[in-house]
Design a protein around this ligand. Sequence first.
Ligand code: FDA
Length: 305
Amino acid sequence: RFAATMKSLARRADLKEYVERTPAVYALLQRAAAKYVAGDRRAEALEAGIRLGEKDYAVSIEYIGENTADAAACEDAVREMGEIVRDLAERGMSGRVSFDLSHIGLMVDAELAYKGLVALAEQAEQAGIELFISMEEAAKTEEILAVYRRAAARYSNIGITLQAQLHRTVQDLNRLRSDATGRVRLVKGAYQEPSGLSIPRSEELNERYLGLVEDAIEQGHRISIATHDEGIVDEVIRRGWARLPGVEFEMLYGIRPDLCSRLKQAAYPVRVYLTYGREWYLYLCHRIAEYPPNIYQAIVDIASE
Ligand code: FDA
């Protein structure tokens, strides 16, 4: 229930407007968000990416946004993402650009999202950069996979995120085998879904996660193990999968940097998922929703000068 409350707070336009027009509140919350978000501007995300690159981490970069209902704003988001592709390529960074399809048109019309995706894929392919589609609520899964499959038939530089918590994911992964060769990012899933569609955090979910990693490897997918769950990470290492070509660990910026560092020191490939943008409020609410103890950290960060 707490997670659902945080997610609904993230979506309340009146609260967002209040935060944005109240400088003191804005500054305080932004201080809490700074742990997870590289900054408001693309340049700040690139700087963070360069610093991480110096420590031998690869990065994914997301311009924060979702559920954009205005076509012109979707096109602006595509332009901004194109700028990330350009900046990464100019700096010779092994970055990946990650986004929600609902940020680039899915809420307006799937065709708009497809057009935006193809425009980015074209530019990214020429620049040698990989794109990555995030996975949103279960109500959008079918549409997201349909847009992905269409684009993946034309471009091999697009990856897709799958959520282990959804029952359908076992079949979805299987279906990708035949028609998409892009990388698969496996996450547990950040959304509260009806129990008929998903399973909650549990040993059963962890076992399913590991089973999906095994299936993905057997099917020849390159895979990102996107979790902060140390038990899963250690099991992936114990089973020898972490040394296979195409397997990498990926974690969100600001969460478990100690685990990232341990993996890096053991010479496993680690990617850090960086976000930036003025929608950091949304992102902060998501991180608190998925791990409620973060609210205490947020209060400490707000209180500290
Ligand atoms: P779990 O939630 O079981 O947490 C395991 C442990 O990790 C916790 O006990 C805690 O120690 C630590 N931890 C986890 N979350 C934390 C947090 N917010 N703050 C501090 N510690 C935390 N989801 C989705 O639905 N669609 C998507 O496209 C993506 N994309 C994505 C990309 C990448 C690179 C990552 C790492 C994650 C996502 N997610 C996502 C989010 C994902 O679904 C999931 O909600 C979070 O990763 C948290 O789940 P864990 O797998 O870490 O396990």
